[in-house]
Design a protein around this ligand. Structure first.
Ligand SMILES: [Zn+2]
Length: 397
């Protein structure tokens, strides 16, 4: 996880970031250079990590050597963009920083394998008197070492955005993409204090992606299900085929492309949904589900479920840039088994299969998920106002 460049904005202004995803069409020489860079980045990461471990065992101190140290024993490192190697050092330092801070959440940095880890490298832009090292042209991106790489832009940066860094990535199906990170200043938004009428309570839902306290549901688009069914079909076909045959190779490529297609569809869906909510509401309350458990679910194959963590993060920053809060409610609160009408807390959990239940005390009939979303919203608002009151008290004291 790369560190966000920290900078102080001018008075009354806030720094924001935007990323453009651009398809790259490198020529043969550039493909070779990119492949070499991916390899060098893995090499340097693994060597720095091994040295860190050795050093830690010997001296009990945390230290990561810089890439310069390895260039003598591995002269091929000099052939790629030095910026990419420096970034690996930054990424590894950051991986350790977050690990030391919260080991349960982030886990110990792993060695990188060609087979499983994504092929990518990152390079920062430097502004020299002679001009920047990385910039975009009409139909390309200029990078150090690679020169101008042909690119297709679906969106253009605003004139006042500053290019900070690029990440080049090769997907499993063999396509190249570039993620360009831009930085720009905006007027700091006035903080909005949420009121019940303009606050949305959201609950994660297995069947609907999310359910809101208003009864709204995202309902995962049917095309996602269709693509996923297709994926299962190809997988089954692959299992019956002779590995290594031409048909097999073709099916593998098809499988990878579909896989990427689904990831794109999911990302689009998540961005559209989070924008719609962030623009339409003043505050959103959600449960603080653990990201670790979310990624466990990814392994079990529910793609959309795994996207919920990303959805939450999208909501967070899209709300924040408008001065609106995302309020996270404790995941251990009994939001599903509390009656949102009278406040009665049931002894046991309402079974998953039971869509409707009736409160034994007040007789209200609840939809299991909508009721939970209502409780999340009520709890979130209470939490927020309490925090707000404390702040006002502190300021008036
Ligand atoms: Zn009740």
């Amino acid at each position: 996880m790369p560190r966000k460049p920290k900078k102080q904005a001018a008075d009354g202004k806030t720094i924001q970031y935007a990323t453009l995803k651009v398809r790259l069409y490198p020529n043969e020489t550039q493909v070779e250079l990119f492949e070499n860079t991916f390899g060098c980045c893995r090499y340097i990461w693994n060597h720095m990590l091994a040295d860190q471990q050795r050093f830690y065992l010997e001296t009990d101190k945390h230290f990561i050597p810089t890439p310069a140290k390895y260039k003598k024993e591995a002269p091929f490192l000099k052939e790629v963009d030095n910026q990419a190697l420096i970034q690996e050092h930054n990424k590894l330092s950051q991986a350790f920083r977050v690990f030391f801070k919260d080991p349960g959440h982030f886990g110990y940095p792993n060695f990188k394998k060609k087979k499983t880890d994504r092929d990518s490298f990152t390079a920062c832009n430097h502004e020299f008197e002679s001009g920047p090292t990385i910039y975009t042209t009409q139909d390309g991106i200029r990078m150090t070492k690679a020169g101008i790489v042909r690119a297709k832009f679906s969106r253009r940066p605003q004139a006042w955005w500053k290019l900070r860094r690029v990440t080049v990535e090769k997907t499993k199906s063999g396509k190249f993409y570039c993620y360009i990170l831009y930085e720009y200043e905006v007027k700091t938004p006035e903080p909005i204090v949420p009121v019940p009428e303009t606050t949305l309570g959201l609950k994660y839902s297995m069947g609907h992606f999310y359910v809101a306290d208003s009864g709204d549901m995202a309902d995962p688009p049917h095309w996602l299900k269709q693509s996923q069914d297709k994926l299962t079909k190809i997988q089954k076909r692959l299992n019956r085929m002779e590995p290594g045959s031409k048909n097999y190779q073709e099916a593998v490529q098809k499988y990878r492309e579909l896989h990427e297609h689904i990831a794109n569809q999911r990302r689009d869906f998540i961005h559209k949904e989070s924008s719609r909510i962030a623009n339409g509401w003043d505050a959103v309350c959600m449960r603080g589900d653990s990201m670790g458990e979310m990624s466990q679910r990814l392994k079990r194959g529910n793609a959309l479920e795994a996207g919920f963590g990303m959805f939450r993060e999208c909501l967070r920053y899209k709300l924040a840039r408008q001065g609106k809060p995302l309020i996270i409610v404790d995941r251990y609160l009994p939001t599903t088994r509390t009656c949102s009408t009278c406040g009665l807390v049931l002894d046991g959990e309402v079974p998953y299969k039971k869509r409707l239940w009736q409160c034994p005390k007040c007789g209200a009939v609840h939809n299991r998920e909508i009721n939970a979303a209502k409780n999340i919203k009520a709890q979130g608002l209470a939490q927020y106002l309490q925090y707000f009151d404390c702040q006002e008290l502190r300021e008036s004291a």
